[in-house]
Design a protein around this ligand. Structure first.
Ligand code: NDP
Length: 313
């Protein structure tokens, strides 16, 4: 049996159900009873990156051999624990990189040039009373990329077109890139006008963008987060925006989605997006196709097409 753990795109759900005996766990009236009586029949699970496969569910599936995530994040599944059980985990890398990078650059421009705020200003009739306040130039600025992986590199490539000076921080320097490496998030923030967060989520990066990092970014600095809400100390960010310790932010991800702190909702200094960085027809279809191809490869050959590399955890 293929176990579908969470809702997916309707077309993907249909394709999975057409090809494999599929059970949608989230639609069952009593999922616990199903797992107790039939958990031993499940050999593969498909789930959203947001939901993953938690420890209790993994334990209820003794013959599970593969977990396929719709999305590139995998912090919702304990990959080390899965591997120890002989379960391989796949995600959908690369196919979403361009759209996420596009959105990060859009958020950066919005925050620095205050596009959303200016739109609100026009709609509220402010323009008839006074010109909109001056914003901050983007071209030629110093931008820091926190996590120079697939998405971070795609953001950096786009920013080269704006004549920006790109620096980055990861646990290890990336060979062969023309960008300056800084060893800590704080050093990176201190050396740039805007910080774009593209690191992996999970416990290792929890609160990486701390109050100290925001202070290092400084009162003229902008923060863009398209990674995971957990990476930023959200209460510290709320305080930094309220007290002017940073200038602005563009956020696609939050600590407790879909709940956004009231102070952020009320702030004119922050661009708020509902976790849409990969949410285009083209990219979501490509992600669905890659999920299908992973499941097919596992069902026919017992291996996954795009497994999470051992180095990623
Ligand atoms: P990659 O694995 O290619 O890149 C992750 C980067 O994070 C690497 O540069 C890695 O470098 C760095 N990193 C990992 N752990 C740490 C750490 N503890 N400290 C500092 N740097 C670290 O992933 P992608 O670029 O494909 O995706 C990045 C993230 O973007 C995903 O994990 C996901 O959470 C998020 N995402 C968000 C989306 C959205 O809708 N907003 C959509 C898609 C992805 P190193 O290992 O050298 O440290």
């Amino acid at each position: 049996t293929l176990l579908q753990v969470s809702p997916l795109l309707p077309g993907l759900e249909r394709a999975l159900a057409d090809r494999y005996p599929t059970v949608r766990l989230h639609e069952l009236p009593d999922p616990a009873a199903y797992l107790r009586d039939h958990g031993g029949t499940v050999t593969a699970a498909v789930t959203s990156a947001r939901t993953g496969v938690g420890d209790a569910l993994m334990d209820a599936l003794p013959r599970l051999g593969a977990i396929v995530h719709f999305g590139v994040g995998h912090e919702t599944t304990d990959v080390v624990r899965a591997r120890a059980r002989g379960i391989d985990v796949a995600t959908t890398p690369d196919v979403l990189t361009d759209c996420v990078a596009d959105l990060a650059v859009g958020g950066l421009i919005d925050s620095m040039r205050r596009l959303s705020a200016a739109d609100r200003y026009v709609r509220a009739g402010g323009w008839t009373a006074a010109p909109f306040p001056l914003a901050t130039r983007v071209s030629g600025k110093r931008v820091g990329i926190l996590g120079l992986g697939r998405i971070g590199r795609a953001v950096a490539r786009r920013l080269e077109g704006f004549g920006t000076q790109v620096s980055y921080c990861s646990r290890t320097p990336v060979p062969g890139v023309p960008y300056r490496y800084l060893p800590t998030a704080e050093a990176l923030a201190a050396a740039c006008d805007a910080l774009v967060v593209t690191v992996a989520g999970g416990a290792a990066t929890g609160g990486l963008v701390s109050a100290a990092v925001l202070d290092a970014l400084g009162p003229a600095g902008h923060l863009v987060n398209v990674a995971r809400g957990s990476v930023v100390d959200e209460p510290a960010l709320v305080t930094a925006l309220r007290t002017g310790r940073i200038a602005g932010a563009a956020l696609d991800v939050f600590a407790d989605e879909p709940h956004v702190p009231r102070e952020l909702l009320e702030s004119d200094r922050v661009v708020l997006l509902p976790h849409i960085a990969s949410a285009t027809h083209e990219t979501r279809e490509a992600m669905a196709d890659l999920v299908l191809r992973n499941v097919e490869r596992f069902m026919t050959e017992g291996v996954l097409l795009t497994p999470v590399p051992a180095s990623a955890h």
